[in-house]
Design a protein around this ligand. Sequence first.
Ligand SMILES: Nc1nc2c([nH]c(=O)n2[C@@H]2O[C@H](COP(=O)(O)OP(=O)(O)OP(=O)(O)O)[C@@H](O)[C@H]2O)c(=O)[nH]1
Length: 321
Amino acid sequence: MTHNMPNPPLVEVVAAILTRPDDSFLLACRPPGKPYAGYWEFPGGKIEASESALQALSRELHEELGITVDRAFPWITRVFRYPHATVRLQFYRVAEWQGEPIAREHQQLAWQSAGNITVSPLLPANQPILRSLMLPSTYAITNASETGETHSLHAIRQALQRGLRLLQIREKHLTDSQLTRYAQAVLQLAQGTQAKVLINGNIALAKELGLDGVHLTAAQLLSLHTRPEVDWCGASCHNEEELYHAESLGIDFVTVSPVCPTPSHPNAPTLGWRKLAKLIRGYSLPVYALGGLMPDDLIPAQEQGAHGIALMRNLCTSAQP
Ligand SMILES: Nc1nc2c([nH]c(=O)n2[C@@H]2O[C@H](COP(=O)(O)OP(=O)(O)OP(=O)(O)O)[C@@H](O)[C@H]2O)c(=O)[nH]1
């Protein structure tokens, strides 16, 4: 490393994920005359010195798209080094706004779906963002140890029918052969659906059964130096050290727990919403709030900066997989 090299300036940027009920979001094409003209980006821009991120978001979306933001919550923050500058991109999910977006400054606008982007090229910093947007807002965790296998598989079938898209098999009481059989049964239920099936802790079994990935325990996360070679990888986190390690390994998402009291960890001190928000402020990976939550907790969780909620016991009543 060369000494006395000045740090490139850090440019604070806010960007909007304008989401429609079908989960499609708006991308905009940068106009001629700007750096990276012709590249597609999330609407937004630089935060001025006198502004909060939310104020900058409202101003930019009014200037660029002619809309008024009604409800927006922080999502993920990514630092990206371009040759000319380093940008810190604070992404906000804009759930409600007034007006129909029109291209007041951009060349073109396009509503896109995370798994099916039809415009290109994208700004280089945005690729991991699209991967994060593929994750649904509800993450289900199996609970056959409490409910029994039959009931558990029935609840999973129902949740899949309602559109569940992310599921973790977490059955610590089963022997290896029982776990294999149970995982095969879950996999069969998920076949032909949109759901990704991950398994807790067992990287070898995830590979052997061709599951979509693995969910690492916190201890396992800290013991690893590289990301497991699976398509999707989540990890359980409870504190800053674990969150930092998940980030450095390039994990896809984390759960943070316990947010509320939960029967599975009765003596664990809970975070509550405020501590959760503080812990994940400025974090770069999507976070599922976990622990004692109900489907109705999705909005409070997202207001605190979480991507979504993870549900174990209350899966059956989930209306919004
Ligand atoms: N708006 C936006 N900017 C992004 C995204 N991804 C990304 O790397 N950036 C970077 O963040 C910076 C935003 O600057 P900008 O030029 O859009 O800012 P601005 O609208 O305030 O324009 P200005 O240059 O006229 O002041 C650029 O370096 C841009 O490349 C994104 O998705 N949306």
